[in-house]
Design a protein around this ligand. Sequence first.
Ligand code: NAP
Ligand code: MG
Length: 402
Amino acid sequence: MDRIKMNTIVEMDGDEMTRILWKTIKEELLLPFVELNTEYYDLGLPHRDETDDQVSIDAGEAIKKYHVGVKCATITPNAQRVEEYHLKEMWKSPNGTIRAILDGTVFRTPILVSGVKPAVRSWEKPITIARHAYGDVYKATEFRVTKPGKAELLFTAEDGETRRATIYDFECGGVLQGMYNKDTSIESFARSCFNYALDAKEDLWFSTKDTISKQYDQTFKLIFADIFEKEYKEKFEKAGITYFYTLIDDAVARVIRSKGGYIWACKNYDGDVMSDMVSTAFGSLAMMTSVLVSPDGNFEYEAAHGTVTKHYYRYLEGEKTSTNPIATIFAWSGALRKRGELDGNAPLIEFADKLEKASLAVIESGRMTKDLALMWQGSTPTVLTSDAFISAIREELESTLK
Ligand code: NAP
Ligand code: MG
C-alpha cells in the first residue's frame, strides 16, 4: 500500500508518559500509513531549558505559518520540577505561550464510547466547552485591606482624563480585587467560537452573568451579539445552526437537561470550572481532546490531560503501564483531518476517520486501558497495557485499510 502524502503540520513533542506514547503512536499508527510531513519542535522540558524556552515561541510561530499543529502534553514547571530537572528558570507553560501567540480559544470535547455512560443520563452527544482563556480573575490585581478606609476604582486615560468610582467605604478589614478584559480579546473569542461552531456544524451557546455585572459581562454579551449580526448570522442560517445567549444560571440548568451536541462558550472562570465538571461527568480526562482555535484560522490539537507523571515513574521502574493513549491519538487524527480539509486531501481525511473508528472499535470490543475498565459498564473488559492496546488498534486499522 502506498503511504498517504500530506502537507506540513507542526509537531510538538512533550514530556514523561505522554512522550513515550507519542513515539509509539507515530511508529505503530501513523508512519506505516502516512508519509508524515511534520516540522518537529521538541517541547520536552530539557530542551525548553536548553533553548531558554525559545522553542515554545518558535513552535507557536510555526503554527501561524502552517495553520495546523499537534502537541503532546508538557510539564508546566513548579518549584519541585525546577529541582527535578535542574532548570535555569521556572519556565512558563508552553500552552500559555502558544495561546498568547495565536490569540486562540480552547475547545474541549469528550470522546464517547458505548460502555462508559455519562453521569448525566440525558447526555447522548458530546458537549464542547469553549473557554475564554484570557483576563478576568486570572489577571486580577488584588490585596487585603486591614483597616478602615475608602476603596476607589480609578482610570487615567492617556490624555489625562480621569474616571473614579467608590468601590466601598471600609469600616473594617476586607479584600479588594481589580480585574479587566479587552475588547480585542473578547472579539477574538467570539470569532473563534462562531468559526468553530460553523466548522463542527453545532449550535453555539454563550452564557455570562450580565444581569448582575451590568458593564463587564454585558460587554461580552454585546460584542458577541454585534459580531454575530454583522458577520455570522447568514452563515449560521445556511449551516442550519443557531447562536443562543442565556444567563449562566439558565445555561447550567439547560445543559443538565440537554442531550448534548452543542458548543458552550464560557468566560474564563466559568470555562475553567465547567470544563472540569463536564469532563468528569462524561467519564474521564483521558477521553477528552482539546483544540486551540485562533480567530484567523490556526488550529492546535492536543489531549486535555497532562503528562501522567505517576505512570511515568512506574514506567521508569520497568513496569508496563496501562496509560490511555486515546486523547493523544485523537489529537493526531484531529490535526491530520484539519490538514486534509484545508488542502482538499481526501485520503488523509479518510485515514483520520478510520484511525478514530479503529481506536473506538477496539474499546467497544471490550479491550481497553485500566482507567476505562474501571468505569466500564457491561461485559467484563480485558485490561491491556498501552503497547498491547495500540497494537490492537493497529490490527483493527490495518483490516479497515485493506
Ligand atoms: P495528569 O497528567 O492529567 O494525570 C492525573 C491523573 O489522571 C493520573 O495520575 C491518572 O490517574 C489520570 N490520567 C490522566 N491521563 C491519563 C491517561 N491518559 N491514562 C490513564 N490515566 C490518566 O495530571 P497531573 O498529574 O496533575 O499533571 C502531570 C503533569 O502534566 C504536570 O507536570 C502538569 O504541569 C502537566 N500538565 C500538562 C498539561 C498540558 O500539557 N496540556 C495539562 C495538564 C497538566 P491514576 O494515577 O489514578 O491512574
Ligand atoms: Mg480547571
